[in-house]
Design a protein around this ligand. Structure first.
Ligand code: CAO
Length: 438
């Protein structure tokens, strides 16, 4: 007869209401005693909490972001036959991190001198110092298991960009880093001309210069864009849409929008049209799994919108666009762009996207080739609409407002014909926005 046990948070020292930043198990997982199940973080330390039992995870009672204290229920587990309540000497691995201005990269891990116990009264866990800063003196946020994992694979954590809360490096980030590194290595040794390293040039020899450190957002987006650029085989399909009627409709709503306190730009119409096209082409509303063997079709419609901020490009995600009206979307777009420009977005604001739109229409220029926001498989680049002569079937020209569009897509997932069909469908929907009702 299977025995179900509840795992409680053990004594973790002087901490109360401590935040869960990673959950490392899901129901159905088979785990061993002492496997880490959650990671906690206070303002001083991170701690991996081990399971006291071996068995199969039944239910998960907590989630990322929850704050828990000693005794809180974490999960239930079906104990494996014949096994094994642990001795109470499990190791809570903690990593204390401190701000440092020194530009050194050395990682120093110090083992636990005393272990914590689970269950009965025990000493608070000892402090285990893991101070790590990257070459610029920035903190590297990574749990001990991730550091161990990175060490095993030879990944330099200085060069890994974390996508977790507060820039925390997750296992997926290390995996993605290794993949990208291998991909560029294959390119370099695959019989082609190796990619030469950028030479270190002293530009001051040629004139006055000023060196400016890249801020964190620029570093993160540079790494993300580079990864997408080298791992996704891009094709960009261009189109031009006559938005004369859309513009008439938009202007007809302007007063009403103003009364509702929102500004209706063409972008919100494009978001709705994109959802209509994604519904019609499910393989575009998808991501490849990390092994590149399965396509994950998404049944939700979250659109990432590129926002130009003083600190660089960010792509917050507007969720459930299919379920929102134009005014609600306009309001959300405006507040989200505002928060982005004030640097107030959290990592979760930038997660969960299905498809992105990069609109430079408010600035200028026509077609450009946006980089796919991987793991999404397509992105729409929008240029500035301009009045142009439009040739009509009756042989006459009329003035029309023409919007340049560019769809970049991942050719591993989307064939050229599909890409062209998607763009044509999208263009038809934008030209006659009533089609979103179809
Ligand atoms: N053609 C012509 N005019 C356009 C237009 C287009 N495609 N898109 C917007 N406009 C107009 C708007 O209607 C607005 O004019 P009015 O105030 O007279 O209506 C004006 O341009 C400014 O619009 P906006 O830029 O403030 O608003 P938006 O909704 O179009 O865009 C946002 C919001 C956040 C996407 C935008 O401000 C932004 O940051 N864009 C830059 C994105 C970027 O950097 N992309 C490159 C990433 S690298 O791939």
């Amino acid at each position: 007869m299977a025995e179900i046990k509840t795992i409680h948070l053990p004594d973790v020292g002087d901490f109360d209401e401590i935040e869960i930043i990673e959950v490392l198990i899901t129901p159905g997982d088979e785990i061993q005693a002492e496997d880490s199940i959650i990671v906690l973080e206070s303002d001083k330390a991170t701690m991996e909490i081990p399971s006291p039992y071996a068995g199969k995870v039944q239910t998960l009672i907590v989630k990322v972001g929850d704050r828990i204290s000693e005794g809180s229920e974490v999960a239930t587990i079906e104990i494996t036959t014949g096994v094994i309540e642990t001795t109470g000497k499990e190791e809570i691995k903690s990593a204390e991190v401190e701000e440092s201005a020194e530009g050194n990269t050395e990682v120093v891990e110090v083992g636990l001198e005393e272990s914590s116990t689970l269950g009965k009264s025990r000493k608070p866990p000892p402090k285990l110092a893991v101070e790590t800063v990257d070459r610029s003196g920035n903190l590297i946020h990574a749990s001990p298991s991730i550091r161990r994992y990175a060490r095993e694979l030879g990944a330099d954590l200085n060069r890994v960009i974390g996508s977790g809360a507060k820039g925390r490096i997750l296992k997926e980030d290390v995996k993605a880093f290794i993949k990208t590194t291998l991909a560029s290595g294959v390119a370099a040794t695959g019989g082609g001309i190796p990619i030469a390293a950028m030479p270190d040039i002293d530009f001051s020899k040629f004139g006055e210069i000023e060196a400016i450190d890249l801020n964190r957002i620029r570093k993160i987006s540079a790494a993300h864009l580079h990864r997408s650029w080298v791992t996704v085989p891009h094709v960009t399909q261009f189109d031009e849409v006559d938005i004369t009627e859309l513009e008439v409709f938009r202007k007809s709503l302007a007063k009403e929008a103003e009364q509702s306190g929102v500004r209706l730009t063409p972008l919100v119409f494009l978001m709705k049209a994109a959802v209509a096209a994604l519904k019609n082409f499910p393989e575009v509303n998808a991501s490849l799994d990390s092994g590149g063997e399965r396509l994950i079709l998404k049944k939700y419609f979250n659109i990432g919108v590129a926002v130009d901020t003083p600190n660089g490009l960010v792509v917050p995600v507007i969720r459930e666009v299919d379920q929102k009206g134009l005014f609600d979307l306009a309001e959300e777009l405006s507040t989200t762009a505002g928060r982005a420009r004030e640097g107030k977005l959290s990592p979760s604001d930038m997660q969960g996207g299905c498809f992105s739109i990069s609109s430079l229409g408010g600035i200028g220029g026509s077609h450009f080739t946006p980089i796919v926001n991987a793991p999404e498989v397509a992105i729409l680049g929008v240029g500035k609409a301009k009045m142009q002569p439009v040739y009509e079937d009756n042989g006459n020209f009329r003035p029309g407002l023409i919007l340049p569009l560019a769809l970049s897509y991942d050719h591993r997932v989307i064939d050229g014909a599909q890409g062209a069909r998607f763009v044509s469908y999208l263009s038809r929907t934008i030209a006659d926005i009533r089609r979103v009702l179809i």
